[in-house]
Design a protein around this ligand. Structure first.
Ligand SMILES: [Zn+2]
Length: 525
């Protein structure tokens, strides 16, 4: 697979380049369907029974999960991808993918206004996005595609640029720089058109947030005052008085900020605040947020007449809170998914009670067009543990960490058939995303990895405990291991897997353990 050099760049839209549906209604199609479901139902059931469900709202009903490969971070022809949702479902079906999470650009609009009348003298550039396409139409088109395909589930979401800011000056030697435009958050799980439309993305109006901008307001309020004094002294026909008062009023209108976000692009770097505002908003509406490609190395480039400047932004992983997860595997290197990196820092913070919820890892594809720049629908998959193929199940798996991330190529990638932690005395079991209460000092970790192709090849498996590698094994597939561990006592711990071979890398989500005496109600997430 090819690493991509310009993810999510502002570029020409390819709406007109949508490929036609290529659904084949011949016998091969039905054989594929039957074959897919045979794979699905024959996948090894995880048979998990952790004693305390992490979320008491929906206690575990069934014990059997099936692992279904999916792709997250897909742009369709609705924004700057090339395929219609329907064509994507066809392609997903051909590649043995059961789940496609679409994240068309929520809004691609930048605006620069000239001080002091930014609202009146401004340049705006807007490219196709879900906002310009229409939220109703977006959800409808995905819904229609879902009705036509019973073996591939499309889930609507968006990729957002919640904030950006300008630096430099227009027409100056260095020109204008658009900063942090490509700091992207993926949003899934919002249920209504209004929830999507209300996302507090910079520049979106109308809105009711109020941001005080003292310098401009004081300046223009002063102008109004001077104008009124002149009118009082020289009479209502004083042209100077009328002019100054009018300018002051226009300036005040311009300085008042009424957007959906309380931040604007003219007051420099606002650090994590605008992103946290965005994350908190999505969370309050029951949605999920994932930081996309925080290790980006392609965010700095010229786009005449301006410059784009989005340096790698790994720091957001530890600076922000209350989000659902991060892209631990994508076309952009992300060293903070390595053992002891920022991802582990967040998990450790969760274990010691300094973070409200654990941060889950996903793989993101940044997929736009099959075959372009080496793009292949099926690279960078996230494999979900679900009981049946429906949106609620997949969103629940995403919310609770019941998935693993793969940098490989479906259908030929390695498969993590089992990663489970068992309490040796109680014989209860937890899988990724779950927490288990240990009654004794020891526990057992079961690992099973297979190569989809069936051909044996060497891989290296690392078991990570609280950010430290505690076991490294190199052997040929298939790998079947039972490892006895002794979790550090008196604290919450976590275990995750990092598996790599020549053509594939798998990062599991963590399993948590806690000592028997701890109050379970403290661990709901
Ligand atoms: Zn992106």
């Amino acid at each position: 697979m090819a690493d991509k050099s310009e993810p999510c760049a502002i570029g020409p839209t390819l709406l007109t380049g949508a490929s036609p549906r290529s659904r084949k209604k011949d016998i091969m199609h039905y054989l594929h369907v039957v074959f897919f479901w045979l794979i699905l139902v024959s996948a090894i059931p995880v048979n998990a029974h952790s004693e305390n469900s992490p979320n008491p709202k929906t206690p575990r009903q069934a014990n059997d999960y099936h692992w279904v490969p999916g792709v997250i971070d897909i742009r369709s022809a609705i924004s700057d991808g090339s395929h219609t949702p329907d064509a994507l479902a066809d392609l997903g079906h051909q590649r043995g993918l059961g789940i496609l999470l679409l994240s068309d650009h929520e809004r691609v609009a930048v605006e620069y206004g000239i001080f002091p009348l930014r609202k009146f003298f401004k340049y705006t550039k807007q490219l196709p996005s879900v906002e310009t396409f229409g939220w109703d139409q977006y959800l409808d088109i995905i819904d229609t595609a879902n009705h036509r395909h019973d073996d591939v589930l499309l889930i609507p979401g968006v990729e957002s640029s919640p904030f950006y800011y300008w630096s430099g000056l227009p027409f100056s030697k260095t020109g204008l720089t658009l900063n942090n435009w490509e700091r992207h958050l993926l949003v899934f799980g919002l249920q209504s058109v209004q929830d999507f439309a209300d996302l507090p993305t910079i520049g979106k109006t109308p809105g009711l947030t109020w941001r005080n901008q003292p310098p401009a307001l004081i300046l223009f309020a002063g102008a109004i005052l001077i104008g009124l004094i002149l009118l009082r002294l020289k009479g209502l026909r004083s042209k100077t008085g009328i002019m100054i008062t009018t300018l002051g009023l226009i300036g005040c209108i311009d300085a008042i900020h009424l957007g959906k976000s309380q931040y604007d692009q003219y007051h420099g770097d606002q650090k994590i605040a605008p992103y946290q505002e965005f994350i908190d908003h999505v969370t309050s509406r029951g949605g999920l947020t994932f930081w996309n490609h925080p290790g980006t190395n392609s965010g700095k480039r010229l786009l005449p007449p301006i410059q784009l400047n989005t340096p790698p932004y790994s720091e957001v992983v530890t600076e922000s809170d209350n989000y659902t997860g991060i892209a631990v595997l994508s076309g952009e290197a992300f060293i903070d998914a390595e053992p002891g990196g920022r991802w582990d820092q967040t998990l450790e913070e969760y274990c010691v009670g300094r973070r409200q919820r654990p941060v889950w890892g996903i793989a993101t594809a940044d997929f736009h067009q099959d075959g372009r720049h080496g793009e292949h629908l099926g690279d960078y998959t996230t494999v979900f543990a679900i009981r049946s193929l429906n949106q609620q199940e997949v969103l629940e798996a995403l919310e609770r960490g019941r998935m693993y991330a793969v940098k490989g190529s479906q259908p030929n990638q390695d498969r993590l058939l089992k990663f489970a932690l068992t309490d040796t005395s109680k014989v209860i079991r937890a899988i990724s995303g779950e927490e288990i209460e240990l009654s004794g000092e020891r526990a057992l970790i079961e690992i099973s990895i297979n190569a989809s192709s069936g051909s044996a090849h060497p891989l290296t498996l690392k078991l990570i405990e609280n950010g430290q590698i505690i076991v490294t094994i190199t052997e040929e597939t298939p790998v079947l291991r039972h490892l006895e561990i002794q979790p550090p006592s008196g604290r919450k711990n976590y275990y995750r897997l990092d598996i790599s071979s020549d053509n594939c890398r798998i990062l599991s989500n963590p399993i948590f353990t806690r000592p028997a005496s701890t109050n379970p109600t403290a661990h709901n997430r």
